[in-house]
Design a protein around this ligand. Sequence first.
Ligand SMILES: Nc1ncnc2c1ncn2[C@@H]1O[C@H](COP(=O)(O)OP(=O)(O)OP(=O)(O)O)[C@@H](O)[C@H]1O
Ligand SMILES: [Mg+2]
Length: 234
Amino acid sequence: MTEVNNTNQKWIIRVEDLVKSYQVVDKNFQILQGLNLFVGPKEIVSIEGSSGVGKSTLLNILGAMDSFDSGIVEVCGVNLKSLTERQKELFRGEKISIIFQQHMLLPDFTALENVMIPMMISGESKTKAKEKASAILGRVGLGERLASFPGQLSGGESARVGVARALVNGKELVLADEPTGNLDRENSRMLMDLIRELQDEMAFSLILVTHDMELASMAHKRNKILSGVLQPFA
Ligand SMILES: Nc1ncnc2c1ncn2[C@@H]1O[C@H](COP(=O)(O)OP(=O)(O)OP(=O)(O)O)[C@@H](O)[C@H]1O
Ligand SMILES: [Mg+2]
C-alpha cells in the first residue's frame, strides 16, 4: 500500500476534484462533479444534502467500497486510486470503521460475538477480543445484554451494538451513514450523545452523513452536497 504524505498538514482525508458517475444502460449520471473535502485528525465533519445527491456514494468511495472516475482521494495517508481489490480489503480492515444505517448485526450471533468477530478477523486473540467487546458493550449501556441475540434487542439497543462494533478497534477514521436513521427521537439523541462521548475519548475523525439537522449539529464543520460539489453549510 502506498502511503503518501507529502504535505506538512496531516490530513486524515484529502479529496480533490473528485468526479464520480454511474452508467445506467446507455445514460451516464454524473453524481459528484469536482468535489473537494479535507478532514483533519479528531475532526467531526458532516455531509448533508437531500436524498440522492451522492452522500452515500461519497462515503462508499472514502471507504474504498466504490470506485471513482477521476480526482485525488487520500484516506489515512493512502491513495485509494492505486489500490488493488486485496489492498482495498486490507485498507478497510486496518484504517477505517463504518457505522451503517441498518446496523447489519449477524442474527445468529450474540451481541458479544457480533462485536468480537471483526476483532478476531483482524487477528486479535479470542480472549482479548472478548475482554474488549465486553468492555465497550458495558460502555454503551449493554453490559447486561452480552448474551442477547440481535432479534432480542430493541432498535436502539441494536444500533448501540453497531456503534460498539465499529468503535472497538480504535481506528483513526469512522464513517457513519445515517447512524440514527431508523431510530425515534429519544433513541437517536442517546446514540448521538454516545458517539460524541466516544469520539471525545477515542479521538477518531468522524464523517457523519445525515439529513438529520440535530445530528449534524454535533459536527465541527458542516457541509452539504449540492450540484455534485461540497459546500459549507450556510
Ligand atoms: N450502483 C448504482 N448505479 C446507478 N446509480 C446509482 C448507484 N448507486 C447510487 N446511484 C444513484 O446515485 C445517486 C446518489 O445516490 P446516493 O445513494 O449516494 O444518494 P444519497 O445522497 O446517499 O441519498 P439518501 O439520502 O437517499 O441516502 C442517486 O441518484 C442514485 O440513484
Ligand atoms: Mg444515502
